[in-house]
Design a protein around this ligand. Structure first.
Ligand SMILES: N[C@@H](CCC(=O)N[C@@H](CS)C(=O)NCC(=O)O)C(=O)O
Length: 213
């Protein structure tokens, strides 16, 4: 058995991105197994029948298959960039990420795949998602990052979703009246941390050399 925890991940999944951002930021190494959603490895399905990525299996067999739990696991082990901070900062990040996951993500999916949700137009769904962007803009007008002037769990937890929303129609996104959000977006997009989690890997196959991430 590997001495490293194993992470099943999918490069373009925002939940998996959030987990990889936390792992890279913390410096906790794992064995990365890239998957494709239409062909999930048997081992991944065996340890996590709900069949979503990311999935992390620790060497004692424990399975963590919620991205936000992986973020907490990694940053609790070590947190050189101080993403966590005190209880209040962590709790604020948890609340914002809950809004992202329980509200914004659904608007994002409806906007991105509007043809599958013909009840309303893409613009309608975009407008619903935009309310969250406006709330982020307000925060980012007050400080450099979402919680304060330093990156926190909230920034790595939410950035991948804003990025996906932006890329549905990047020209629209760039002309929105949210200068602070655009600054924050560009800052993260161009950051080495983000580049470091977007390396492309071939889908994992049993028996291959392990990829230490
Ligand atoms: N709440 C889960 C959601 C993960 C999730 O929905 N991941 C998507 C990909 S972005 C997935 O694996 N979907 C299953 C599929 O498309 O087969 C988490 O935070 O980890």
């Amino acid at each position: 058995m590997s001495d490293l925890a194993v992470l099943y991940s999918f490069r373009r999944c925002p939940y998996a991105m959030r987990a990889r951002l936390a792992l890279k930021s913390s410096g906790v190494n794992v064995e990365l197994r890239e998957i494709v959603l239409r062909n999930k490895p048997e081992h991944m399905l065996a340890i996590s029948p709900k069949a979503t990525v990311p999935v992390l299996q620790l060497n004692d067999g424990t399975v963590i298959d919620e991205s936000w739990d992986i973020v907490h696991w990694a940053t609790s082990l070590q947190d050189p960039n101080n993403l966590r901070g005190n209880e209040q900062r962590i709790s604020e990040a948890n609340q914002l990420v809950t809004q992202n996951d329980n509200g914004f993500k659904s608007h994002l999916d409806h906007y991105k795949y509007a043809d599958r949700f013909p009840a309303f137009s893409a613009e309608h769904y975009r407008g619903q998602g935009e309310e969250f962007l406006a709330a982020l803009e307000q925060r980012l007008g007050q400080h450099t990052f979402l919680i304060d002037d330093q990156p926190s769990l909230a920034d790595i937890g939410i950035f991948p979703f804003v990025r996906q929303f932006a890329h549905v129609d990047i020209e629209w996104f760039r002309q929105t009246p949210y200068p602070h959000l655009l600054r924050w977006f560009d800052n993260y997009l161009n950051a080495n941390l983000f580049a470091s989690i977007m390396t492309k890997f071939k889908p994992w196959e049993a028996g291959q050399d392990r990829i230490v991430f």
